[in-house]
Ligand binder design. Structure first.
Ligand code: UDP
Length: 340
């Protein structure tokens, strides 16, 4: 019988791609999602891509009764990938308690439920935001953390600490916190992808919605930074690569002999690309012209960041396969299908 992995937020952007890759790797994902920022139809799309039925528990993963029910449903549950969280950076400054309550409580309840049920493997969805504005590039896992720029970023730092403290206290849990850089792209089928609600905050969904005519034009937030073309630099990673990193992390934790284990691991491509390069590549690979203008800097923006990927290669035996052009082609393919 296939090993079951709980995927909180499994209907979301990264969660949905991870469920598909888990099935491809021989695992059986069990989704917990309250659809607060995802759509139920995505679960049928996952089933279509996976070629099998996927168990779904609709509800909040900060609800201990629900966690008990899911964990009690099978003795084949061997791990959890914890994606479910609020993630809008701007909103988190306006509604900090909403972010602290949701993101911290779900992690705490999940840890307690895992320990009670002797489910030992946990992959936590963290972010390169924990590094803030890094002084040295590429960013390694040892790069000192800076104060987070937003309550959202602080919840990621705090959840990492909560998990680590619990493990240090002796809990029999093996956890990997994956610090993602910038996920973009979509499944090549165009069946699943990112579904931002309202005006997108992130660069690539804003670009694809502009190209689709849903937005007038993209504003580039500043081109007077100390970078080769003056625009900010990020490490953009294809969501399918990122999903595979989660499967690799589950495989890795399965092989860890200790019962009490914690690691942080960067997940990126190792390459930095500027906003201007993203725009130029998007236009070229999709053969279209994007309407954009240069605007003022966005307060709090990190100027330059990209991952040192040595640790993910070594520990997870994983590395990104897709490049920026492929990711931007897949983002546009998904957006075009959405329009119909
Ligand atoms: N960006 C931009 N216009 C937008 C959205 C983002 O120029 O409408 C820039 C932003 O300043 C940053 C990069 O695109 O340099 C990535 O921004 P995003 O919000 O996607 O990711 P994050 O800043 O959280 O890494």
């Amino acid at each position: 019988m296939a090993e079951k992995i709980i995927v909180t937020g499994g209907a979301g952007y990264i969660g949905s791609h991870t469920c598909v890759e888990l099935v491809k790797a021989g695992y059986d994902p069990v989704i917990i999602d309250n659809f607060s920022n995802s759509e139920p139809y995505i679960v049928s799309r996952i089933e279509e891509l996976a070629g099998q039925k996927i168990s779904l528990y609709e509800g909040d993963c900060a609800d201990p009764a629900l966690l008990r029910e899911v964990l009690g449903s099978s003795d084949q549950i061997k791990g959890v990938i914890h994606f479910a969280a609020f993630k809008a950076v701007g909103e988190s400054s306006q509604l900090p308690l909403k972010y602290y309550r949701n993101n911290l409580l779900s992690t705490i309840e999940l840890l307690e439920a895992l320990a009670e049920n002797k489910v030992s493997n946990m992959v936590f969805s963290s972010s390169c935001t924990v590094y803030g504005q890094p002084d040295i590039l590429p960013v390694t896992e040892e790069t000192p953390q800076k104060p987070a720029e937003s309550p959202y970023g602080r919840t990621k730092q705090m959840c990492e600490d909560i998990i680590h403290d619990f493990i240090k206290s002796g809990a029999e849990i093996k956890a990997a916190a994956l610090r993602y850089f910038n996920p973009i792209g979509a499944h090549q089928s165009g069946l699943i992808g990112e579904l931002p609600r309202g005006i997108p905050n992130n660069l690539v969904p804003y670009i694809t919605q502009t190209a689709a005519g849903l937005r007038d034009k993209l504003t580039v937030f500043g081109n007077d930074y100390d970078t080769p073309d003056g625009t900010c630099i990020r490490d953009y990673i294809h969501v399918v690569d990122l999903a595979r990193a989660h499967v690799a992390a589950i495989n890795f934790l399965n092989g860890v002999g200790e019962t009490n284990f914690y690691e942080t691991i960067n997940v990126g491509t190792g390459n930095g690309n500027s906003v201007q390069e993203v725009i130029d590549t998007f236009e070229k690979v999709n053969d279209l012209n994007l309407s954009y203008e240069i605007g003022p800097r966005r307060p709090g923006d990190v100027i330059k960041t990209y991952a040192d990927v040595t640790k993910s290669r070594k520990l997870l035996n994983w590395q990104a396969e897709y490049d920026l052009a492929e990711a931007l082609r897949d983002s546009w393919n998904w957006q075009k299908k959405l329009k119909k």
